[in-house]
Design a protein around this ligand. Structure first.
Ligand code: IVH
Length: 699
């Protein structure tokens, strides 16, 4: 099946084998455990092919733990494990028609030595099906009732995904028909349609979550969720293509793969049964015709296929052929060539997502990739451009990954024209000109001008009016988008200018006197929002509702908060005060300073504060003995949990800090108090026992 590899010495082969195995294991890990592959399928297949070639050359290299002897990956630790009663195998791969001819010849030869009619010209029947590019599963039905689902895992032991599989669209919980075997294990593929994949990624982008690279990873990531309610939201679909354990004489009676497929369908399981897609063919040149036909069909399907599968139809012959290594001798996957083409990078554009992430996109000289014209390809992020070394003017190989988003595979360095320069990723947002920053541990740079950046505006506006933010009823997403499109609203501050445009609004479709009045009332009421909601409404990265509350409680009034925030980017006192608030970490500190460093944001906040009358933080008891005091809890408290102690102190108007400084009024020391107690002693801060504290606050 493999190209004859050039002879190399055993020593060299051993060294190369070792490197390949290491690479393949690393890729397997990314693929199976992280659901985030780092190489294209074609690159991965090439590594495996080379490994097999080396092992064919020097069979002593083929150790039992070689990747060629294994399928997939061992299950992740968190799922309970399921041992497959019959192992879930993989398939041998063919990359050319010659490979397929070899496969058929091998079958004939193998059978011929036992049964002469198959040695010569007699026809072998094959079932031809598309190879679905998803995640394989096994499902067990007892007396027709679904009892257990599992992933393939390493082929022997998979992960228990019973609850998750139940949430897959149209997956039957009990099977139809009188003749369902007592025990039936079916095997198939869970996948995500292109439309559902696009919708999922869009919502992930909006939520600031990393996008899935392709539908297969999305399906895998969704199915392997410890929380099946998440799986349920992900719109997964499935096909079955085979079976594992089956009780009784069914298989013997039915006698063919084709007939059993029809049974699966009768019992209510989904099979690929479109006449164009799945066929029963005899072996002659129709197998090549089927393959080419499927390649033509591929772009019209709403799910990914990465090849076709040929299976000997006769079950007795299947059994005689048996398996070799990790694959059956009676079946073969004929892979489609990776859809690649070369073209020139004419520019690198930066797209700004709804949440402000900057994504570089290569603008390409349009090129036909597997039947589809491709004019641009994602470059993912700054690191990826650097890793691949892409420059404007370069000739690159592009590929349609999982058939959806075109990707740049590599730069053709030998074609690089003179005078090109390394690409410099912008440090400002191309849409609004605000500073773009990259947080530690993040791959994406983000625009910090969220409050007025066109690209993020609809998202920000939507957030601003939420019930837990400024709570402006009557401004739903649709109305807001329409106002924005028609130029009525350009920043959140413009919401408060809407009352001046009543006449215009009233004339708009879907609006009337009453709805306009309601909207005006809601806008007016929102002017008096509490500080915590206002802080949350600004949509600052990492500043959610809880952080909003913490900040509001600490600073008390909008003026005090903004005064501190305006000088925050300079570091100094304001920064250390913020850093010292219990519950506020370095991420929030950085996000706030990035936000207030950007003049665009300050402008919008200023226009807001001119019209708003933000309420001070929940009137805390100003006359309590600890009002306005800064306290630090340390050690283990006997009568209160740390959270309880904290919220009681705060409700009495105290500020709870996380570290001791000269500004600390009291340190309340429980058992085993350590460095904070020591610091308090050194600074001469009053130290109270838990009981003394409770006495002080009168409890
Ligand atoms: S038959 C004994 N048929 O491809 C193995 N597999 O690369 C029988 N796959 O693990 C597999 N579509 O997850 C078969 N129509 C199809 C398939 C299919 C997708 C997957 C399956 C298998 C992998 C092998």
């Amino acid at each position: 099946m493999n190209e004859p590899a050039p002879k190399i010495s055993l020593g060299d082969a051993q060294a190369e084998w070792k490197d390949l195995v290491e690479d393949i294991r690393a890729h397997d890990h990314h693929y199976y455990h992280d659901d985030a592959p780092t190489v294209s399928d074609a690159e991965y297949d090439a590594l495996r092919q080379r490994l097999e070639a080396l092992e064919n050359m020097y069979p002593e290299l083929r150790t039992p733990d070689s990747p060629t002897q294994k399928v997939g990956a061992a299950p992740a630790a968190a799922f309970s494990k399921v041992r497959h009663s019959i192992p879930m195998l993989s398939l041998g791969n063919a990359f050319s028609i010659d490979d397929v001819t070899d496969f058929i010849a091998r079958i004939r030869k193998y059978l011929g030595s036992y049964d002469s009619p198959f040695a010569g010209e007699a026809l072998l029947k094959f079932v031809c099906e598309p190879k679905i590019d998803g995640l394989s599963f096994s499902a067990r039905f007892e007396k027709g009732i679904f009892v257990q689902g599992a992933t393939r895992g390493d082929g022997e032991v998979g992960e228990d995904i019973t609850a998750n599989l139940r949430t897959v669209q149209d997956f039957p919980i009990d099977l139809a028909g009188e003749d369902v075997p007592e025990l039936l294990e079916v095997r198939g593929e869970v996948y995500m349609s292109h439309a559902d994949f696009a919708a999922l990624n869009e919502s992930r982008e909006a939520a600031g979550e990393p996008k899935f690279a392709n539908p297969r990873n999305a399906a895998a990531g969704s199915l392997r969720q410890l929380d099946p309610t998440i799986t349920a939201k992900r719109k997964l679909k499935y096909f079955v293509y085979g079976w594992g354990e089956v009780s009784g004489e069914y298989l013997a009676e039915l006698n063919s793969q084709w007939a059993f497929r029809q049974k699966l369908k009768e019992w209510g399981l989904r099979i690929v049964d479109d006449k164009e897609l799945a066929q029963l063919r005899v072996v002659d040149n129709t197998i090549a015709a089927y393959y080419h036909n499927m390649m033509r069909h591929r772009p019209t399907l709403d799910y990914d296929i990465d090849g076709v599968v040929y299976k000997v139809d006769n079950l007795i012959l299947q059994e005689r052929l048996g398996t070799v290594g990790r694959a059956p001798r009676w079946a073969l996957a004929h892979k489609f060539p990776a859809e690649q083409a070369q073209t020139i990078v004419e520019g690198i554009d930066i797209q700004v997502g709804r949440t402000g992430s900057l994504t570089p996109v290569a603008r390409l000289k349009p090129v036909n990739v597997g039947g589809v014209m491709v004019g641009n390809a994602t470059l993912h992020n700054e690191d990826e451009i650097e890793r691949k070394g892409v420059r404007v003017g370069d000739t690159v190989t592009v590929q349609r990954a999982g058939d959806v988003i075109p990707q740049v595979v590599q730069v053709e360095l030998d074609k690089r024209p003179e005078g090109t320069l390394p690409y410099k990723f912008p440090d400002h947002c191309p849409v609004c000109g605000s500073i773009a920053v990259r947080e530690e541990g993040e791959v994406a740079k983000r625009c910090t001008g969220g409050l007025q950046c066109e690209a993020q505006l609809v998202e920000r506006l939507r957030h601003f009016v939420l019930r837990d933010a400024m709570d402006i009823e009557g401004l739903g997403e649709k109305q807001m988008e329409a106002f924005w499109r028609d130029g009525l609203i350009k920043t959140v501050a413009d919401i408060y200018a809407l009352p001046e445009r009543v006449d215009e609004i009233e004339k708009r479709e879907g609006w009337g006197r009453k709805s306009v009045d309601n909207l005006l009332a809601a806008i007016e009421a929102s002017k008096n929002a509490p500080l915590e909601k206002f802080i949350f409404a600004l949509g600052i990265r990492h500043v959610g509702e809880i952080t909003g509350k913490l900040l509001a409680r600490h600073y008390g009034s909008c003026n005090a908060w903004l005064a501190a925030m305006r000088i925050l980017p300079e570091g100094g006192e304001a920064a250390s005060e913020l850093d010292n608030i219990d519950g506020i970490g370095p991420k929030v500190l950085l996000a706030l300073s990035n936000f207030f460093r950007e003049p665009h944001n300050i402008e919008v906040v200023n226009s807001l504060t001119q019209v708003l009358r933000i309420r001070d933080a929940a009137a805390v008891a100003k006359d309590s003995p600890v009002a306005g005091k800064t306290v630090v809890f340390t050690g283990t408290l006997a009568r209160l949990s740390r959270n309880e102690a904290k919220s009681r102190a705060e409700s009495l108007g105290a500020k709870v800090a996380s570290s001791v400084s000269a500004k600390t009024d009291y340190v309340i020391a429980g058992d085993d108090a350590g460095s904070k107690l020591k610091a308090a002693k050194e600074l001469g801060v009053a130290i109270l026992s838990e009981q003394e504290w409770l006495d002080l606050i009168g409890q």
